[in-house]
Design a binder for this molecule. Structure first.
Ligand code: XUL
Ligand code: CO
Length: 438
């Protein structure tokens, strides 16, 4: 891949839903105001550094199929060229944010000290690019899962030295996130879990994880970090049992460790599927507790049971996701990070640009359709009416906690005209289709 190929394509413009130009947005019109806010501020798109600039399409059966050296052989020059390419890509797509792991942005040194020095140099370099291109960091994260020292965990490793190294990487990445003005710091615990209880003290590992998050929170706040700390749940892969299984589990853990005020959830669509949930379910679960922080937009493949990180195409999914996000009041510190990659065989710069256009248009269309659902009002009204029995009589007493179990017993004996209404699912689905396809 070469930066010149991006410059040849040039800035991607909104040309409307009827046009057939491949390098154009059909639905994403960044400056268009919807519900009093520009589309770009509703959606806050972010480029994932790892998939876009690092991963070369190697899989268990095949070697890398895309070239991400960007024409450089010296390691540091190669990472500078990755950054140059990334910022030019954001520039032509009009993406304002990006997200990175510590290991994505700089080469590995001979030891931890040299690795951190190289990291500092690249943070400096990326800071200059941010100013030049007027881009922002959405969130940073420490990759505490790839290196073999993390094979049995990082914050949940049985080895205290590994715990300390993981903590040092988190400190370094929090420093970089603050320096680059990031508004989020994510913890994704790919190795925080276990394979078998035969060798695992699960209680100790969970306690250590809670302590680890508190150390990070205390340090970040002391350094003046005002953004959100975020947990990104995933039930499995690479570890068999991952502790941050899903949103409800992560919230329960944060509540137990008294971290609810500093943390929110970063919800990834494909992780929801792996947990046996819809993306919408995960978003609603977070929103109920005011814990909806940010999203990793992608999707899986119904025929493949792993985290395939496809660019989003499913408009039902993006519509219901944007519906949840709008209802929760929109993004504050968070945004839509495309934790997504092109298929291995789509290995050209053109494929990459088109993949982002697809993802951005899928979410832009989702936003437009979510607004249409809200403005139409039938779905919201149906739900409102469905629970109306809790607004008066015995229901109101239940809502206001003004009733005892004995009173409910007496009341139940007096019910003689019980009628349970239909859920009308197919009717509501037909409204959804009417809105989506009109
Ligand atoms: C892995 C995943 C990660 C996190 C950040 O499935 O989603 O890329 O988003 O570590
Ligand atoms: Co993710």
């Amino acid at each position: 891949m070469k930066i010149e190929d991006l410059r040849k394509i040039g800035k991607i413009q909104y040309k409307g839903s009827k046009n057939k130009e491949k390098f154009s947005f059909k639905h994403y019109n960044p400056e268009e105001v919807i519900l009093g806010k520009k589309m770009k501020d509703h959606l806050k798109f972010a480029m994932s550094y790892w998939h876009t600039l690092v991963a070369e399409g190697a899989d268990m059966f095949g070697e890398p199929a895309s070239d991400k050296t960007f024409g450089e052989s010296d390691p540091l020059e190669q990472f500078k060229a990755k950054a140059d390419f990334g910022f030019e890509l954001m520039n032509i797509l009009g993406i304002d944010y990006y997200c990175f792991h510590d290991v994505d942005i700089a080469p590995k040194g001979k030891d931890l000290k040299e690795t951190f020095d190289l990291f500092d140099q690249m943070v400096e370099y990326i800071g200059e690019l941010q100013n030049k291109y007027h881009k922002n960091l959405l969130w940073g994260t420490a990759n505490n899962f790839t290196d073999k020292k993390f094979m049995v965990g990082a914050a949940t490793s049985p080895n205290a030295n590994v715990y300390a190294i993981a903590a040092a990487k988190v400190k370094k990445t929090i420093d970089a996130t603050i320096k680059l003005g990031g508004t989020g710091f994510v913890f994704w615990g790919g190795r925080e879990g276990y394979e078998t209880l035969l060798n695992t003290d699960m209680g100790k590992e969970l306690d250590n994880l809670g302590k680890f998050l508190k150390l990070a929170r205390d340090y970040g706040r002391k350094q003046g970090f005002k953004g959100d700390f975020l947990i990104e749940p995933k039930p499995m892969e690479p570890t068999k049992h991952q502790y941050d299984f899903d949103t409800a589990t992560a919230i329960g853990f944060l509540r137990k460790h008294d971290l609810m005020n500093d943390f929110k959830i970063n919800i990834e669509a494909n992780h929801a599927t792996l947990a046996g949930h819809t993306f919408q379910h995960e978003l609603r679960t977070a929103a109920i507790d005011n814990m909806l922080g940010s999203i990793d937009a992608n999707e899986g493949d119904v025929l493949l049971g792993w985290d395939t990180d496809h660019f989003p195409i499913n408009v039902y999914g993006s519509t219901m996701a944007m519906y949840e996000i709008l209802k929760a009041g929109g993004f504050k510190n968070g945004g839509i990070n495309f934790d997504a990659k092109t298929r291995r065989a789509s290995n050209t710069v053109e494929d990459l640009v088109i993949a982002y256009i697809l993802g951005m248009d899928t979410y832009a269309l989702g936003l437009r359709k979510a607004v249409a659902i809200i403005e139409d009002g039938r779905l919201d009204e149906f739900v409102e009416v469905r629970y109306d029995s809790f607004n008066h009589g015995i229901g109101k007493k239940i809502t206001n906690e003004e009733v005892t179990l004995e009173e409910l017993y007496q009341y139940a004996l007096s019910i003689d005209d019980l009628k349970v209404e239909s859920g009308r699912q197919e009717y509501l689905e037909s409204i959804l289709n009417q809105i989506l396809f009109s």
